[in-house]
Ligand binder design. Structure first.
Ligand SMILES: *Cc1c(COP(=O)(O)O)cnc(C)c1O
Length: 359
């Protein structure tokens, strides 16, 4: 607290990201990073963009990320004007709150979801109401029928990993025509269906994606929004009133190369999906209840052991998982899918903890 702070700063409740431990070899299953390096073409593209002297860095990057948007648009079979590129999908979401979700009526999102949403809502003074997931943590789109200034949820949802069929999303979007429906597809490549296929038909649909998870580029900070031109224009107006150059030269070059290596991408997603199955089986064998997941994470609880205690014991062994001290989910752990070796280490360590457990 400081007398120099603005009223806005006094009121903020900042989001707390998962810990980035300063250890040489942590088993880091707490922020849903991809366990594999990005496509080798990404490194080559960064080297080329830098050149021998880094001469290119003297100049500002393309403020519109035109070539990147064209590459990603062609990949999805849409127009570059239907693509917005930002500094991570967190920034894209922030712009979306300001540009499209701030209205007199409340924004609707699930009671259990990406915990950044209420943080943005408070920051941008967007009124919101939460809608309860059912007992299996499923979203029922018929629960989003009340008058609203927008609807927002991830598909698959976070932190549960639970996917929603595209037909349900289409039902919601086709009924909710007076406000924008935003689908945050941070995890979609690990087994759910993208709603990008619907943007030509529904001018009220915005789809947000990121290269952080399925393309192993969390460190590059690049995310996208896909939608009708009017929605994309709104995002550009906010961006150009805030920071005209959100994507640096190396990020633009790296992500173009990532989208050009489709074989790597499919192989990478397939490996993570196979490890997810293996980890789910391992956790189930230990007695965990595991929510069906189409993401690179598993959301699991064990009746016999307190989740926060387990997270603490794992941390002592330099294994990091995420625990949320929040209603309905404080007995769950969110575990990112690592390599098979990391997943096995987690399961073996949990087995040791259980056998030595004194509550
Ligand atoms: C990881 C994540 C994001 C943020 O991704 P960045 O592009 O790295 O900012 C957004 N939404 C959800 C649901 C996520 O899990």
């Amino acid at each position: 607290m400081s007398r120099y702070w603005s009223d806005i700063v006094h009121r903020l409740t900042p989001y707390v990201p998962g810990e980035q431990p300063a250890l040489a070899h942590p088993v880091k299953l707490n922020t849903n990073e991809n366990p594999y390096p990005p496509s080798p073409r990404v490194l080559e593209a960064i080297r080329q963009a830098l050149g021998d002297t880094a001469e290119s860095l003297r100049r500002y990057p393309d403020p519109t990320a035109r070539k990147l948007r064209e590459t990603v648009a062609a990949y999805h079979g849409i127009q570059a004007e239907q693509v917005f590129a930002g500094n991570g999908s967190d920034e894209v979401l922030a712009f979306t709150f300001q540009a499209l979700l701030k209205h007199d009526k409340p924004l609707l999102f699930p009671d259990i979801t990406y915990s950044f949403y209420p943080t943005y809502a408070r920051h941008f003074e967007v009124g919101y109401q939460t809608v309860a997931l059912d007992d299996t943590f499923a979203i029922n789109v018929d629960d989003y029928a009340s008058p609203n200034g927008g609807v927002l949820f991830p598909n698959p949802n976070a932190p549960t990993g639970r996917p929603l069929p595209l037909a349900d999303i289409e039902r919601l979007v086709s009924r909710n025509t007076d406000s924008v429906v935003v689908i945050d597809e941070a995890y979609v490549d690990f087994g759910a269906e993208s709603a990008i296929a619907l943007i030509d038909r529904y001018p009220n649909l915005l789809v947000v994606q990121t290269v952080s998870k399925s393309r192993s580029l969390a460190g590059m900070r690049v995310g996208f929004a896909f939608g009708n031109r009017e929605l994309i224009d709104a995002l550009n107006r906010v961006k150009d009133s805030f920071n005209s150059y959100p994507l640096d030269r190396l990020a633009q070059a790296a992500v173009i190369a990532a989208y050009e290596d489709d074989a790597w991408f499919h192989d990478n997603c397939a490996k993570v999906i196979a490890s997810r199955k293996r980890l789910a089986a391992g956790l189930t064998a230990l007695g965990f209840e595991v929510v069906p997941s189409a993401a690179n994470l598993l959301f699991a609880r064990h009746e016999g052991y307190d989740a926060a205690t387990l997270a603490g014991r794992l941390r002592e062994k330099e294994i990091f998982v995420r625990h949320f001290n929040a209603p309905r989910i404080d007995q769950h752990l969110r575990i990112s899918v690592g390599t098979d070796a990391e997943c096995d280490m987690l399961v073996d360590t949990l087995r040791d903890i259980f056998s030595a457990y004194v509550g």
